[in-house]
Design a protein around this ligand. Structure first.
Ligand code: NDP
Ligand code: 8X3
Length: 254
């Protein structure tokens, strides 16, 4: 059953990877979309394709999610109540140990993965609470559940997403607003290119000799989570490729 038709969803970080794939998955179900990210041209192109392929309404807003004022003016400009907020925008930057990691990278991750997600939730949730409906879906990670060397701050930000998701659900206890999380393992997106600061060959090595997830695999899970009947709240789903068994246990072909 399609429960997403004619709804309105915001997907943050929809210019690539999981966010973009989720936009297509929701669009195919007739869900109207508001797509965000910093890269305006990509938003334009994705929105054009979605409008012509699925005959849905698509609005775009290019801004940096670390900028709380930009988040606020986007939300204040909305003309339709939001049924689904997919808090997806996020990144890892750097793989150094805590003792020599770059403080700018740390702030970038904290401000994007934690504060950006929290700001969007703070801005969108009041109307959901008032209307007694809506769904917030946060993109966590296996790094929300485990910590690994070289990932101290990224793992800390994703653990924060888990804590925030659970507390948000409890804050909205007694309402019909749903709060969920999806926690992927290795997904072949632009994620590793960003983590390795644009070094494509290092990024490719992460997914070499094993079969990673693709963005569409996670988009399907986000779509499934959003499309449950209104009384069903999926709290969290951990999704690995079959070649992965923990954050650091990955099977590579000989
Ligand atoms: P991508 O790099 O492909 O996509 C990240 C998205 O986030 C882009 O659309 C990017 O848009 C947006 N974004 C990043 N920083 C900002 C910012 N400051 N302001 C606005 N938008 C921003 O990676 P993924 O699709 O893999 O990542 C999506 C989410 O999934 C992230 O939260 C990530 O942590 C999580 N995740 C990814 C996994 C993986 O292995 N790939 C595994 C587990 C979780 P733009 O650059 O245009 O601003
Ligand atoms: C991204 C997946 O394993 O690099 O969240 O932490 S991992």
């Amino acid at each position: 059953k399609n429960r997403l038709s004619n709804k309105w969803a915001i997907i943050t970080g929809a210019t690539s990877g999981i966010g973009e794939a989720t936009a297509y998955a929701f669009g195919e179900s007739g869900c109207n979309l508001i797509l965000t990210g910093r890269r305006q041209q990509r938003l334009d192109e994705i929105a054009d394709t979605l409008r012509s392929d699925y005959n849905i309404e698509v609005e775009i807003a290019a801004f940096d999610i670390r900028d709380a004022d930009a988040c606020r003016s986007m939300v204040e400009g909305l003309s339709n109540p939001i049924d689904i907020l997919v808090n997806n925008a996020g990144l890892a930057k750097g793989v150094e140990g805590v003792y020599d990691a770059d403080l700018e990278d740390w702030n970038l991750m904290i401000d994007t993965n934690i504060k950006g997600l929290m700001t969007m939730t703070r801005l969108i949730s009041p109307k959901m609470k008032k209307l007694d409906r809506g769904h917030i879906i946060n993109i966590g990670s296996i790094a929300s559940h485990e910590s690994y060397p070289g990932g101290s701050i990224y793992c800390a930000t994703k653990h924060a997403v888990k804590a925030f998701t659970e507390a948000t659900k409890k804050d909205l206890h007694g309402t019909k607003v749903r709060v969920s999380m999806v926690s992927p393992g290795l997904v072949d997106t632009e994620f590793s290119v960003v983590r390795y600061d644009g070094d494509k060959s290092q990024a490719d090595q992460v997914y070499e000799d094993m079969q990673p997830l693709v963005a569409e695999d996670i988009a399907e899970v986000i779509h499934f989570t959003a499309n449950r009947p209104p009384h069903v709240n999926i709290m969290d789903t951990i999704v690995f490729p079959v070649d992965q068994s923990s954050a650091t246990m990955v099977h590579y072909d000989d």
